[in-house]
Design a protein around this ligand. Structure first.
Ligand SMILES: O=C(O)CCC(=O)C(=O)O
Length: 243
């Protein structure tokens, strides 16, 4: 194959350089339909952990329906995650955040700076979009290169990107990357996004993550899924080697 121009950056290279990467149309239409049906059922059957005027939060959704669980080891998702976090990746958290029409925007913020100040992209949060999200529909914003100087905040704001997503798009960003949910106009639909966060094996999962103890998930889990759930590292993955 003849390559003309510059080689494309890998996901890990984009994360290192810009603090985020994008995978457009990664989730198939069939899987998205399953996810939408599961989300409808979730809304009917589960009381959210919190329900604020601008946002509703459902944690640990992978335990609720296989449509969500099947995202954690989706080959395209793992390609970027393994490149960026490493072959020893596991889940840190998994939730759905529903943005709702609001008067303003969420504040720009960074996640888990105890991790992010040392190794920003080893705490990698993936936003997985079910539907088209317009620029005024609660679009997730990220600020390129904001992970490069954690002591700066407002100086970065003019350089924001509001991510206008399509169905099945994935936006992945590290802990130190400034991000937020943007303006959500009254006429726009509620905006559910599945968030999956991955960390390396040696980092601690939080207490509120319960997938590791979920019998239903563990019973049928492949060795790869057991690792991702945080139960057992795959035998072929060694923490003493870098691959
Ligand atoms: O809902 C969004 O688009 C942003 C979510 C967010 O800021 C977060 O998960 O920390």
């Amino acid at each position: 194959m003849i390559t003309i121009g510059q080689p494309r950056l890998t996901c890990a290279e984009q994360a290192a350089r810009y603090g985020y990467y994008v995978q457009r149309g990664l989730i198939s239409a069939e899987h998205l339909n399953r996810i939408r049906a599961a989300f409808d059922r979730l809304q009917r059957e589960v009381k959210p952990e919190w329900d604020k005027p601008f946002q509703t939060y459902y944690p640990n959704v992978i335990e609720f329906d296989d449509a969500f669980a099947d995202l954690i080891d989706h080959p395209g998702i793992l390609e970027g995650v393994f490149e960026t976090v490493g072959q020893d990746a596991q889940i840190y958290s998994n939730e759905i955040l529903v943005s709702k029409p609001n008067e303003g925007t969420m504040d720009w913020h960074r996640d888990k700076m105890s991790i992010g100040r040392h190794c920003p992209n080893l705490f990698l949060k993936l936003a997985i979009f079910l539907d088209h999200v317009a620029v005024d529909g609660g679009a997730t914003g990220v600020i390129p290169e904001s992970h490069l100087d954690i002591y700066k905040g407002p100086e970065f704001y003019p350089h924001k990107i509001d991510f206008t997503a399509g169905p099945g798009d994935v936006l992945a960003f590290g802990a130190a990357t400034l991000h937020r949910a943007g303006y959500h106009a009254p006429a726009r639909q509620h905006r559910p996004v599945v968030f999956l966060t991955y960390i390396p094996w040696w980092m601690k999962q939080p207490d509120y993550y319960t997938g590791k103890r979920c019998e239903k998930l563990l019973q049928s889990a492949s060795p790869l899924r057991r690792q991702l759930l945080g139960e057992q590292l795959r035998p072929e993955v060694s923490l003493d080697l870098h691959v």
